[in-house]
Design a protein around this ligand. Structure first.
Ligand code: PLP
Length: 371
């Protein structure tokens, strides 16, 4: 989808001549496809340069508009397990961060009392709770979050970061009552640096980028036409494959997680009680191993061609345990031994066999040498 547009479809969609009109038609088609995938109207799709921008636009754009139009004290609210693209704009503007339980799910009673208090104090601008978590795959009950917000803070908008969800969850159905929805192409097979924010019809937000008035004054800047076209193809294919992919990948993930747990002692599978993985996306196997450090584990796994990650980030030289695991009450040692194995639509039984051979052996080796 991208190559012909990069090679010869170089018109600017805001222009007037034939090449420009062709580029604009590409955007119109992509808008329709994205709208169908997300359960939105084409006019509700705002193309962005990825998930981070979509999240920032949802929080800051709504907040700025509300504060300048009669709600000067309204604040944003989000859950403690959000991606930094939500957490940081919320914290930067003095917002409230909601606790989650040990299961990683937002505490609906705390949501209700917090919203009631903030609604009475100065108002709530926007409540942001992600659909699926990027580290653990834990899915939030967005429909129930919407109910609580409408009940306790009826002036607030609801945003969900669905960046990790499209491959694994029927986003259109899960977000039917939500006002603002973020997605990012590279999480469902599209290119990096392109995404979208659904802004329900009639809702107002201030653009983060002012300029050419593109995207109906919601996001100035010439659109990434080739990237957007590719995102739409990836979204359509994802939605078409999802019904068969989810049970297949879920069975592979279960074999992987059960297999590691049966071969290794001292391991916790995050967000799973027993083997009930019903609150998790099909692709994620997230484990915390006692007595090892994930950095060393990742190094050994990479040597076996297994590209995994740990749910921790390296900030200013010091390893910090994941804020998501901290919010779920994991102690530092266990959080430092975390491993995130992600599957995709293309994962095979042979990939699982390879991981089942490599992960227990690597953990064993590290434990023998004292991490
Ligand atoms: N939100 C979530 C849940 C993510 O996982 C990511 C990226 O990993 C983002 C937002 C940011 O998206 P992008 O990389 O497109 O800026």
């Amino acid at each position: 989808a991208m190559v012909p547009l990069l090679a010869s479809g170089y018109g600017n969609p805001s222009g007037a001549h034939r090449l420009a009109r062709e580029a604009n038609r590409v955007l119109d088609d992509a808008r329709e496809t994205m709208a169908a995938a997300l359960g939105a109207d084409p006019g509700e799709i705002v193309f962005t340069a990825g998930g981070t921008e979509a999240d920032n636009l949802a929080i800051t754009g709504v907040l700025n508009r509300q504060r300048s139009t009669g709600r000067p004290t309204a604040v944003p609210v989000c859950s403690a397990v959000e991606h930094h693209a939500v957490l940081e704009p919320v914290e930067h503007r003095g917002g409230a961060v909601l606790a989650v339980g040990a299961d990683g799910i937002v505490d609906l009673d705390e949501l209700a009392t917090t919203l009631e208090r903030l609604h009475a104090a100065g108002g709530v601008a926007v409540v942001s709770v992600m659909l699926a978590n990027n580290e653990t795959g834990i899915i939030q009950p967005i429909d129930r979050v919407v109910e609580v917000v409408r009940d306790r803070a009826p002036d607030a908008l609801v945003h969900t970061d669905a960046v990790q969800a499209l491959c694994w969850v029927d986003v259109a159905e899960a977000t039917a009552g939500v006002d603002l929805i973020s997605v990012s192409a590279h999480k469902f097979g599209g290119p990096k640096g392109v995404g979208a924010l659904v802004v329900r019809d009639g809702l107002a937000l201030d653009p983060l980028f002012k300029g050419g008035g593109q995207e109906r004054e919601r996001r100035g800047g010439t659109q990434n036409v080739a990237g957007i076209a590719a995102m739409a193809v990836a979204a359509a294919e994802t939605v078409a494959e999802r019904p068969t992919a989810v049970p297949r990948v879920s069975a592979l993930r279960d074999r992987l997680a059960d297999g590691i747990r049966s071969r290794v002692d001292g391991v916790v599978e995050t967000g799973v009680t027993g083997t009930d993985r019903s609150t998790k996306t099909a692709n994620l196997c997230h484990l915390c191993f006692e007595g090892i450090e994930s950095e060393a584990l990742l190094f050994l796994l990479e040597k076996e061609d297994i590209m995994a990650s740990a749910a921790s980030s390296c900030a200013s030289g010091a390893m910090e345990p994941s804020h998501v695991l901290a919010a779920m009450g994991y102690d530092r040692d266990l959080a430092f031994g975390s491993l995130r194995l992600s599957l995709g639509y293309g994962t095979t039984e042979a990939d699982i066999d390879a991981a089942l051979a490599a992960v227990p052996a690597a953990v064993e080796r590290l434990r023998q040498r004292g991490s």
